[in-house]
Design a protein around this ligand. Structure first.
Ligand code: ADP
Length: 162
């Protein structure tokens, strides 16, 4: 049986940083499930269905990547889909403390689920969905941060808010 990994996140919106992690992990693991978190505490720009369809369109070229959504605990979802490994991206030292806590808690709670961290490619190390949204909200050019298919979707959201 091959290794099935889950790459969880909010992906609100998906950026080149996320896609870089998907690209690299698709070469390491047999199967990747991109798990879009339906986070009730956050007030997302895109609905979970919008995020799933946005990412699905961008990962069609990978036969071993599929996109799904989940809510509740990541370890429960991982068990449900029989994932062996969690993938997370690490940008800067600021990500580290939180990610370490979550990874260790998940391992203790689940008994066996390990988290593998991929460090970002240098050119995306500064990128976050939050910053992309902040720039887009002021009408700035975001074409260096997200794929061209995603740019108009974000712009439209902010146009509707003005
Ligand atoms: P969260 O799960 O905290 O809501 P995101 O949806 O923004 O976060 O990110 C999902 C995963 O992708 C996390 O592991 C995060 O560290 C990683 N990630 C976010 N931005 C980048 C980037 N620019 N390069 C690499 N990994 C990233």
């Amino acid at each position: 049986m091959g290794k099935r990994a889950i790459y969880p996140g909010s992906f609100d919106p998906v950026t080149y940083g996320h896609l870089d992690i998907i690209d690299r992990s698709s070469k390491i693991f047999d199967e990747i499930i991109v798990g879009v978190l339906n986070n009730r505490q956050k007030n997302p720009l895109f609905s979970v269905d919008e995020r799933v369809s946005m990412i699905s369109g961008l990962v069609q070229k990978y036969p071993n990547v599929r996109v799904d959504s989940f809510d509740g605990l990541l370890i429960d979802y991982a068990k449900e889909i029989s994932a062996d490994i969690i993938i997370r991206g690490l940008r800067a030292i600021t990500d580290f403390e939180y990610e370490l806590q979550i990874a260790q808690t998940n391992r203790v709670e689940s008994g066996n689920l390990d988290t593998i961290f991929l460090t970002t490619s240098l050119n995306y190390s500064y990128l976050s969905s939050t910053i992309v949204k902040e720039f887009a909200s002021y009408g700035a050019d975001i074409s260096k941060f997200v794929p061209e298919e995603v740019v108009p979707l974000i712009e439209q959201k902010y146009k509707n808010m003005r």
